[in-house]
Write a protein of this length. Structure first.
Length: 532
């Protein structure tokens, strides 16, 4: 049995908050305490001097699109575009530098531009060159603009739901265009993207991600290839396809090798693309968005997965969409019993426009909420995209993390990368500094949701994953961090303490302007998967 003894550090451990040393044997934490007894107990251990670094349980991101993130990291990233003209300039430069093949871009957001509108087909054709296949996804990945050459490859597109000439493609039309664009990529290109995405995750202290795949996202080949791809970051795959029977559910799991039937199983779309399903119309557009699954289909899916013993889940954004999800789960709980439903830890992804009744019901049935605080950081506040789409009152009701947690809804914090950056400390900070007073979590609760909560959302319920205690997997990250503090939620009375006698483990300061920790090393089950 090989043992490492990490000394001279600061450890985030509920069992040993004043520890300065930790022993790891064969991928498991076996001891925490002071350095001197650690050396006596483990005289033959390999010594790792931390030089004051901070050691904490590694992060898990419960909602990621790995290949799409990698394509953004290695390709045309439009998230920095400050205007429509800037966006077109970035497209032109990329097309000139890469004269062969299709151009795939991601991340534009017209709500931040002075022009206030997306590119037209004619503008894309002019910037990229006539005849070039171009697909540019909006930041929320629920609509896109494309070149005429790409649109012309789909002769039935004009009759497809979500196609309006002169506007970005949405709904089914968007799914068709995205599928056509992704088909232009080679296996080598996809693997390079996956390597970039998982390397990026490891460099940010992430040891596991939940891939949210589906037939309308990147398709069967993508998820199969991803699960075959060898990397130190662990991948748990979700498949977003509705089923009607337990037999169908089991067959899909066996066919694809995925772990669960949920993730981005779309009940609706997004606020930014006007496709989230609302009870009342949008403030800036006629209509209430899109419904992709009704309560009957949701009932069938939850029943089938529960009977088959498979975790289910749904992408749900708007309040009408959440009405349908709650109604569907309620029917299954009445039929099979609440404990049978709760035992599977079914999930809702995003759960943004959710009211008190929804929250109480989800808590009652043990439903886990996989949430993305980066959404609020990017689009919340009285002048953000949410307020423009919904009006100030509805926008202020979005993402009520504190209410969910206090009601007993288990939270898992992630990114939905590439929609928002895969940056766990930024997500934890966003949860603690919510732009709506009263909705934020304490830093400690937010950190737990990005570690222990995310493991639990993936079905790991041993009570040890995501912690540093004896017997826990040695999955941790080492950080260059400043002074550690203990703080309440940002909108309550602050209670700061660096005194180890408080027996409450400290975290790096997570104020809005505080520098975030820098990852020095990421270790998963004892194996180093990233070192700076």
């Amino acid at each position: 049995m090989s043992t490492q003894l990490l000394i001279g550090g600061r450890f985030y451990s509920a069992s040993s908050p004043d520890a300065t040393a930790m022993a790891v044997s064969d991928g498991t934490v076996v001891w925490l305490g002071a350095e001197q007894p650690g050396r006596a107990l483990h005289p033959d251990a390999e010594i790792v001097d931390l030089d004051g670094a901070f050691v904490a349980p590694a992060f898990v991101d419960p909602h990621v699109h790995v290949t799409a993130l990698g394509l953004k990291l290695t390709g045309l990233d439009l998230s920095a575009a400050r205007s429509l003209a800037h966006c077109l300039g970035l497209l032109r430069e990329f097309a000139e530098a890469h004269p062969d093949g299709a151009v795939l871009g991601d991340g534009w957001d017209e709500t931040t531009w002075p022009e206030g509108r997306p590119p037209t087909v004619a503008e894309i054709d002019a910037a990229a060159g006539a005849g070039r296949l171009v697909y540019l996804s909006r930041v929320d990945a629920h609509s896109a603009v494309a070149s005429s050459a790409l649109l012309d490859t789909l002769p039935g597109l004009a009759a497809t739901d979500g196609f309006t000439r002169g506007e970005p493609v949405r709904a089914a039309a968007h799914h068709l265009v995205r599928t056509a664009a992704l088909a232009e990529l080679s296996r080598a290109q996809r693997d390079r993207a996956r390597a970039a995405a998982l390397d990026h995750a490891a460099a940010r202290g992430v040891v596991a991600v939940h891939e949210c795949a589906g037939p309308e996202i990147a398709g069967r080949n993508d998820v199969r290839e991803l699960l075959e791809f060898e990397h130190g970051v662990e991948v748990r795959a979700y498949w977003g396809e509705a089923v009607r029977s337990a037999e169908q559910a089991r067959a899909l799991i066996e066919e694809l090798g995925v772990h669960a039937l949920g993730g981005d199983l779309f009940v609706d779309g997004s606020f930014g693309s006007h496709t989230a399903w609302l009870r009342a119309p949008y403030a800036d557009e006629i209509g209430c968005g899109r419904s992709y699954l009704d309560a009957d289909a949701i009932t069938d899916h939850v029943r089938a997965c529960t009977v088959a013993g498979i975790q289910a889940g749904f992408h749900v954004i708007g309040d009408a969409a959440m009405d349908a999800v709650v109604a569907g789960i309620e029917r299954v709980a009445a039929e099979l019993g609440g404990p049978a439903v709760a035992a599977l830890g079914h999930r809702v992804e995003h759960a943004e426009l959710i009211d008190g009744e929804h929250i109480a019901q989800l808590a009652r049935w043990g439903v886990i909420a996989s949430v993305q605080p980066g959404f609020d950081a990017a689009w919340g506040g009285p002048d953000g995209m949410y307020a423009a789409r919904l009006g100030a009152d509805r926008a202020a009701a979005l993402n009520p993390f504190a209410a969910m947690a206090s009601a007993g809804v288990a939270l898992a914090i992630g990114s939905d990368a590439p929609v928002t950056a895969l940056d766990p400390w930024a997500a934890v900070r966003a949860a603690a500094n919510h732009r709506t007073p009263g909705h934020g979590l304490s830093p400690r609760a937010a950190f737990a949701a990005a570690t222990r909560g995310a493991w639990r959302a993936g079905g790991v319920r041993d009570g040890m994953a995501g912690t540093l205690v004896p017997g826990a997997p040695a999955s941790y990250a080492i950080w260059d961090a400043a002074e550690l503090v203990v703080a309440a939620a940002a909108d309550s009375v602050q209670r700061w303490s660096t005194d180890p006698r408080s027996r409450v483990p400290g975290l790096p300061a997570l104020g809005p302007d505080a520098p975030l920790p820098t990852c020095l090393r990421t270790v998963h089950r004892g194996a180093t998967i990233y070192a700076k």
